[in-house]
Design a protein around this ligand. Structure first.
Ligand SMILES: Nc1ncnc2c1ncn2[C@@H]1O[C@H](COP(=O)(O)OP(=O)(O)OP(=O)(O)O)[C@@H](O)[C@H]1O
Length: 229
């Protein structure tokens, strides 16, 4: 298997084991700029491991991952973490907002970590919070907002650096269906306006319906599903 051309992020023949547990067993992946790809599959099939490998958080035991044509394994740790800070955005199941910071400080955090001055960072953060309809919560702390509101704050934080790829691991997993759908609508709409690609891990067909394409992971192996509609 070779890397497909024209893709932004590709993985070929990924293997990863945790001790005796095989998490990835020859998984493949590719995503184009601006594409929303849902990674589906049963619990324990290797979805999160695939996402962590693609994002350069966990190194695979073997196989190849390329971002923008560059082999991830040949990057230094510093290069990989710079990539995560500037090119990638992350949304997890439980927002993982910093409880001590206000919502606007949380959204501004990735820019602050990249060295952007506070005022500029918070101005950009607020404009993303407006788009995610949570600007009214700017001075509240994560403990004072609802689950759905917190996830929208987390989506704003993932988008604030204008990433090329957004990794979303069960972003609606802790939400009721109405809130979940709103988060998905806002996330995919925002990604389409900025041209970011979205890697969306979910086991819910309703959430995957927001994607352009689905990949099913089973026992660490992946299969590309052509969407009928
Ligand atoms: N850090 C780890 N240490 C040990 N085993 C792990 C670790 N991470 C994942 N695993 C194991 O690897 C396999 C794949 O896990 P992974 O979390 O990738 O699956 P998943 O499809 O995302 O599951 P879920 O839908 O339940 O989140 C599972 O058997 C899991 O127990």
């Amino acid at each position: 298997m070779t890397h497909p051309t024209g893709s932004l992020l590709t993985a070929v023949d990924l293997h990863k084991a945790y001790g005796p547990t095989v998490a990835l067993d020859g998984a493949e992946f590719s995503i184009h700029p601006g594409e929303v790809v849902a990674v589906m599959g049963p619990s324990g099939s290797g979805k999160s491991t695939l996402l962590h490998c693609l994002a350069g958080i966990v190194p695979p035991d073997s196989g190849s991952i390329r971002y923008n044509g560059q082999e991830m394994a040949t990057m230094t740790d510093a290069q990989r973490s710079a990539l995560r800070r500037s090119e990638f955005g992350f949304v997890f199941q439980f927002g993982q907002l910093v409880p001590e910071l206000t919502c606007v400080e949380n959204v501004a955090l990735p820019l602050r970590l990249n060295g952007t001055p506070r005022r500029t960072a918070e101005r950009a953060a607020l404009s993303w919070m407006e788009r995610l309809e949570v600007d009214g919560l700017k001075d509240k702390r994560p403990g004072e907002v609802s689950g759905g509101q917190g996830q929208r704050v987390a989506v704003a934080r993932a988008l604030v650096t204008d990433p090329r790829v957004i990794f979303a691991d069960e972003p609606t997993g802790a939400l009721d269906s109405l809130n979940g759908e709103r988060v998905m609508e806002l996330l995919t709409e925002a990604a389409r306006t900025t041209g970011a690609a979205v890697v969306l891990v979910t086991h819910e067909a309703r959430v995957a319906a927001y994607s352009d394409r689905e990949i099913v992971v089973r026992d660490g192996k992946s299969r590309d599903m052509e969407r009928a509609v």
